[in-house]
Design a protein around this ligand. Structure first.
Ligand SMILES: [Zn+2]
Length: 304
């Protein structure tokens, strides 16, 4: 599972969490020396009743969120080595030039070194929303947020969780909007064009044999939506895939934040989704794992 792959050192936001292009190359060397990269279509056929055999030590590379990094940095490297990548762009960020809140939060964190002051800012601004929305106390929020995330400090975990899910949606959207305008940019549209691939770039990836799958429409936590809202998210992302020529019999889903539940799985089954990728960090066992809830190893888990 990859996200940002960029020349971090020479980028405007060197603190953004990602893999450098150099490290990505080393990882490709490592991967090719030990594993056999396969295509999503190979995996779909291996899990079909015909059970097509996979090579020994198969590996599938996935790239979330539709970043322009994937077109500029990843695609030429994969193409030169004859490796297929699976790319999962959220439809709305590509079509409407909006920066996803999850990305705004990452760039706010990359632009501000004192995360504790950001957490304080969030809590102090809650008073102006408390008459309109049911808000908890600061202590209750802290209590609701689990202690450890694999890669983040406590302050980063608290800030991300508050702004990604604990606060009511309109409140967190407004706070994120303000912090992004203050610390990153007021020109969201230009920033979006710099951050995400365009439709033409994604179409180009597909023409070169790359796999394009769904990452929802708005990059919502799909497991927190009502069944009706889940249908809308899935179908809007499917419409987007259709404009790229992705057939209904070959589509795959990568759950934003790994969020999946039974009602979402039902929606995917009725639409013949072929593969579903979670963020559970382990190697998939195709004899045991369900094709719609496949785990993935994070790039940071590779030794190289
Ligand atoms: Zn994502």
């Amino acid at each position: 599972m990859y996200h940002y792959v960029r020349d971090l050192q020479h980028s405007r936001f060197p603190a953004i969490k990602g893999v450098s292009v150099e490290r990505f190359c080393r990882q490709l060397d490592y991967i090719q020396a030990r594993y056999t990269p396969i295509a999503a279509e190979d995996l779909i056929r291996a899990l079909s009743p015909a059970k097509k055999k996979l090579p020994a030590n198969p590996i599938l590379l996935t790239f979330d969120d539709g970043y322009s990094d994937h077109f500029t940095n990843v695609f030429p490297l994969l193409d030169a080595r004859g490796i297929q990548g699976c790319f999962f762009p959220p439809a709305q960020s590509v079509l409407e030039h909006k920066v996803l809140d999850v990305n705004k939060i990452q760039f706010i964190l990359a632009a501000v070194s004192d995360v504790g002051s950001l957490v304080d800012r969030v809590f102090s601004s809650l008073s102006e929303f408390c008459t309109k929305y049911p808000l908890k106390t600061k202590e209750a929020y802290f209590h609701a947020i689990p202690e450890q995330h694999r890669y983040d400090s406590r302050n980063v975990t608290v800030l991300k969780r508050l702004l990604q899910r604990e606060l009511p949606e309109p409140v967190r959207a407004e706070i994120v909007r303000r912090l992004f305008a203050e610390h990153v940019t007021t020109d969201e549209s230009s920033f979006s064009c710099e951050l995400y691939m365009s439709v033409d770039q994604i179409a180009c990836l597909r023409r070169h044999g790359m796999h394009i799958g769904s990452h929802g429409n708005t990059h919502a936590w799909l497991d927190r939506l009502s069944p009706d809202a889940q249908v809308i998210e899935v179908d809007q992302s499917l419409e987007f895939l259709q404009t790229l020529g992705v057939g209904r019999d070959e589509w795959t889903m990568c759950y934003p934040y790994g969020g999946v539940n039974d009602s979402l799985l039902h929606v995917l089954q009725t639409r013949h989704c072929q593969l579903g990728f979670t963020v559970e960090p382990r190697i998939a066992d195709l004899d045991v794992d369900d094709r719609l809830t496949l785990p993935r190893i994070d790039t940071n888990d590779l030794p190289s």
